[in-house]
Design a protein around this ligand. Structure first.
Ligand code: HEM
Length: 203
């Protein structure tokens, strides 16, 4: 990825959220999450409980008017549900006290949140490769979400998102605040399902 041509708002988003990404990375613990099928299914359930509310909050925005495709904020939860179904598992529900996200107050804020879930697809490629190698997961057999199955290639989607961000996200501060909040909401929703303590309790 050519970082030198990145718009300033993207650089600001990346800088503000890098430590939070690092924390999520540790929470997901790719090696543990791909150690066996049960751990992988738990990862999918956790992702669903984290990402579905973000997608729901982003539904009302006019993404097509911003040059993005109509499904840009809605494709993940259906693929996660399908993966879990294919793997024969009902999603593990997040505890009822998980915070529900407040609506994003502006289009710039919505862009900040979309940055988080669009960016996650970059890491999804790494997760997909490892799940395929270690567990035999394929795009049809449990890996549709991480492979962004049926979506344009991830690099192309990311370039398109970056262009839309540059043109339509005019309030960097609002975008950064929303991205930080979205990372924190995700962490709060993923942690009960993924933290080593809860995994041990479940075993
Ligand atoms: C819910 C979990 C996750 C979220 C929300 C998330 C979010 C993001 C975001 C927003 C970006 C874009 C960064 C930027 O270039 O501005 C990104 C990139 C990336 N993430 Fe994640 N991520 C998650 C989990 C993971 C995990 C578990 C891994 C480890 C495999 C990972 C690996 C990566 C990689 C390799 C990139 C691409 C970095 C680059 O090419 O510059 N992510 N992720």
């Amino acid at each position: 990825m050519n970082k030198t041509s990145d718009p300033a708002v993207l650089t600001a988003l990346r800088q503000a959220t890098a430590p939070l990404h690092e924390r999520l990375d540790r929470l997901v613990d790719l090696d543990r999450s791909t150690s066996d099928h049960q751990a992988y299914r738990r990862l999918l359930s956790a992702m669903l409980s984290g990402i579905a509310p973000v997608e729901a909050s982003l539904r009302g925005f006019d993404w097509v008017g911003a040059g993005l495709d109509a499904e840009v904020a809605t494709w993940r939860a259906p693929l996660l549900r399908r993966d879990l179904e294919v793997l024969g598992e009902a999603p593990i529900q997040a505890p009822p006290d998980a915070p529900s996200p407040a609506p994003y107050p502006s289009r710039s804020a919505a862009f900040g949140a979309l940055y988080v879930i669009e960016g996650a697809a970059l890491g999804g490629q790494v997760i997909f490769r490892q799940a395929r190698e270690r567990l035999g997961i394929t795009a049809e057999q449990g890996g549709a979400f991480h492979a962004a199955h049926g979506r344009p290639p991830v690099g192309e989607s990311w370039r398109r998102f970056r262009n839309a961000l540059e043109t339509h996200c005019l309030d960097t501060e609002a975008a950064v605040q929303a991205a930080v909040r979205t990372f924190l909401d995700l962490e709060a929703r993923l942690a009960p399902l993924l933290s080593p303590m809860s995994a041990a309790e479940r075993a």
